[in-house]
Design a protein around this ligand. Structure first.
Ligand SMILES: [Zn+2]
Ligand SMILES: [Zn+2]
Length: 208
């Protein structure tokens, strides 16, 4: 089966930068026909876990993750429950993720208006399950650079809205080809490790 999951979002539960409630996010992804949505607050799992509970009540799968502000740039992390990891080196986070059986995906690696890994993804490519090739806050050129780099490194691309408002919600996603439905963190991690997915988007943003 082919399913869509938005892998990158911030809610008012734990992200001060967001005006998007988890309820609005879930409703948007539900009506877009996505199979699930990931909540990835900055350096905490709290908002994600609260969103999982909320999703349960709304009959929609929410998968918890976090966006860690590493010493070299933002990183989407699944399967690591530790809090307050900001400032950690990519290598240390890589070791931790391996210990926990989790996965790392550099967020918006070439976005210039945010803290991003850029070409440092090359040095650590063995640590990553994918690169975020479509990010809702990136311009076309920035996303293109991420996709080109992923191709060069032989890594697949994920897509995520990186939504902070209703307007931005449920626009970017990752399409998985999978035999098993993805209903939780373990399932998502397994699918990410398999690599059978690609990045997609609903709106076509104009601009650079
Ligand atoms: Zn970010
Ligand atoms: Zn983000």
């Amino acid at each position: 089966m082919t399913i869509k999951i938005d892998l990158h979002n911030h809610t008012t539960f734990s992200s001060k930068c967001s005006i998007l409630s988890a309820k609005e996010l879930i409703a948007a992804c539900q009506s877009a026909g996505f199979a699930a949505v990931c909540v990835t607050e900055h350096n905490t799992m709290r908002g994600a876990h609260l969103s999982v509970e909320l999703g349960r009540g709304m009959g929609f799968t929410v998968i918890p993750g976090q966006e860690v502000t590493t010493a070299d740039g933002d990183m989407l992390v699944f399967g690591v429950e530790e809090e307050g990891l900001e400032g950690i080196t990519v290598d240390a986070l890589c070791v931790l993720a391996r210990e926990r059986g989790g996965v790392l995906i550099p967020a918006h690696p070439y976005r210039t208006s945010a803290f991003s890994l850029g070409d440092k993804v090359m040095e650590h490519k063995g640590c990553f399950a994918a690169l975020e090739g479509l990010n809702g806050n990136c311009g076309k050129t920035e996303n293109r650079r991420a996709q080109d780099t992923a191709k060069k490194l032989g890594l697949p691309c994920t897509g995520g809205s990186d939504a902070h408002s209703v307007k931005m919600a449920a626009k970017y996603f990752t399409t998985f080809e999978t035999d098993i439905p993805i209903i939780d963190s373990a399932g998502l991690i397994e699918a990410l490790k398999k690599g059978n997915f690609s990045a997609g988007m609903i709106d076509v943003r104009s601009g650079s």
